[in-house]
Design a protein around this ligand. Structure first.
Ligand code: GAP
Length: 435
């Protein structure tokens, strides 16, 4: 993980937030490549979950909402971790992370740990000029509630009837006691949530299973190693009391299994809770059957930062090989899926100081740019390949002297490192087929 974190910093994927001031725990910034990587992950989710379906609509709610929403959802009363402080070093721990409560794991002091206390994870702020409790509000700890409270607005305006879904990608905030493992556990993060409402006609478990299969296919289509991904079925004791079924999608990170997504059958719990506290009717009116009913809810809630981190970790490889001269070499390569890779094709001029080469290479890069994520570079070819391998670029296209005569370029494929000469006028088609 240290190697991956170092690469992420060196190549401009992930930086510590506020680094020049010593950083701020649990907050991260995405650099030029990281921001594109994360955007690609979100786009891949949005494309498959919303755009390619006729039964899911998009949504974008505000981060700060009426505080009653968090009362109804149960977050005000129950969204907490149990924490323990060390009275000597003042460090704070999650109670469930402490195996031995007689000794501080950081400073080693004996009997210095406090009794366990509840710690609400919601971030607080004030709305308007008064900083009193009447103005207190919360930064949302999940995007889902914005969807629930708008259920009626959405189905009426989008003219949808269950089964249908509402999807949203957005920031969430949790004042985690122990953020860590790079972007795995943060205090500000992004979620992609699908809330899929189904009729109470007995097919709800089939709908749940269908979404589990779709999410399995999604990870597999984008190349996540199947032996490092598992869909863990929660037992009744592990699920919230209202949930009829629950699956945690987990990835095997260098430190062990970590949750990327939860898929849950939440029944009517969320809509019921908001109907009760707001006094508003959020039920669906079935015109044909002339009856009101509360749809059942299937939720898929994925962390976009964790998923981005997963793509980074899964793609990372330190590969040893023997070069054509029999010398052992090593390279670091990110084997991103072409749709996820921040740069899809890098175009090089073999020499910096040869205007004919530079002009042709720049021309090719400019022509490919509208269709692909491209980058132009020039200089020592070995170093250029090394840099592009480290950022996961699937194809490198080199303009050399031979090509000036016969109109070809050299295309080098990242994973096999195989090179082939391709005619310049079929380069776009060549890349299209492979990207
Ligand atoms: N609406 C359901 C919900 O929020 P969750 O299991 O609490 O469920 C869903 O969160 C996903 O959000 C997690 O699987 C994880 O990927 C992401 N997530 C939760 N807390 C996070 C944190 N502190 N940092 C990064 N991602 C987080």
């Amino acid at each position: 993980m240290e190697e991956i974190a170092a690469l992420a910093k060196r190549r401009g994927f992930i930086f510590q937030s506020s680094e020049i001031y010593g950083g701020l725990g649990g907050f991260w910034d995405y650099g030029p490549l990281g921001s594109v990587l994360k955007r690609n992950v979100k786009n891949a989710w949005w494309r498959d979950t919303v755009e390619l379906r006729d039964d899911v609509v998009g949504f974008d709610s505000s981060i700060i909402m009426h505080p009653s929403i968090w009362k109804a959802s149960g977050h005000v009363d129950a969204f907490h971790d149990v924490m323990i402080d060390c009275k000597v070093c003042k460090h704070r721990f999650r109670a469930d992370h402490l195996a031995d409560r007689t000794k501080c794991p950081d400073c080693g002091s004996k009997d210095s740990l406090t009794q366990p206390r509840n710690f609400n994870l919601m971030m607080r702020t004030w709305v308007g000029p008064m900083e009193d409790t009447s103005a207190q509000a919360y930064l949302r700890p999940e995007t889902a509630q914005g969807i629930f409270v708008n259920f009626k607005n959405v189905y009426q305006t989008a003219r949808k009837r269950p089964p249908f879904g509402i999807a949203q990608i957005g920031k969430s905030f949790r004042n985690e006691i122990t953020p860590g493992n790079l972007t795995f556990r943060q205090r500000e993060f992004e979620q992609a949530e699908l809330e899929y409402f189904v009729p109470d006609d007995g097919n709800d478990m089939a709908a749940f299973q269908e979404w589990v299969e779709r999410r399995k296919a999604w990870y597999s289509n984008y190349g996540i190693a199947p032996d490092r991904l598992r869909f863990y079925e929660l037992t009744q004791e592990e699920r919230p009391h209202y949930a009829k079924a629950g699956i945690d999608v987990e990835y095997l990170f260098p430190w062990g299994w970590g949750e990327l997504e939860s898929i849950a059958h939440r029944g009517t719990y969320d809509l019921d809770a908001h109907m009760q506290l707001s006094g508003k009717d959020l039920r669906f009116f079935d015109e044909a059957a002339k009856r009101h009913y509360t749809p059942l809810l299937i939720e898929s809630s994925a962390g976009m930062d964790r998923t981005t981190l997963t793509f980074l970790v899964d793609a990372y490889e330190r590969e040893r090989s023997v070069d054509p001269n029999g010398k052992e070499t090593e390279r670091v390569v990110l084997r991103f899926h072409p749709r996820i890779a921040p740069v899809q094709a890098a175009i090089f001029s073999l020499a910096r100081n040869k205007p004919e080469l530079v002009e042709r290479a720049r021309g090719i890069e400019a022509a490919l740019r509208p269709a692909y994520r491209t980058q132009y570079d020039e200089g020592n070819i070995g170093q250029l390949y090394r840099r592009q391998d480290e950022i996961g670029t699937p194809f490198c296209v080199t303009v050399d002297y031979e090509g000036l005569d016969d109109g070809t370029v050299t295309v080098r494929e990242r994973d096999s490192m195989r090179q082939e000469r391709v005619a310049g006028d079929v380069l776009e088609a060549f890349l299209r087929e492979r990207l």
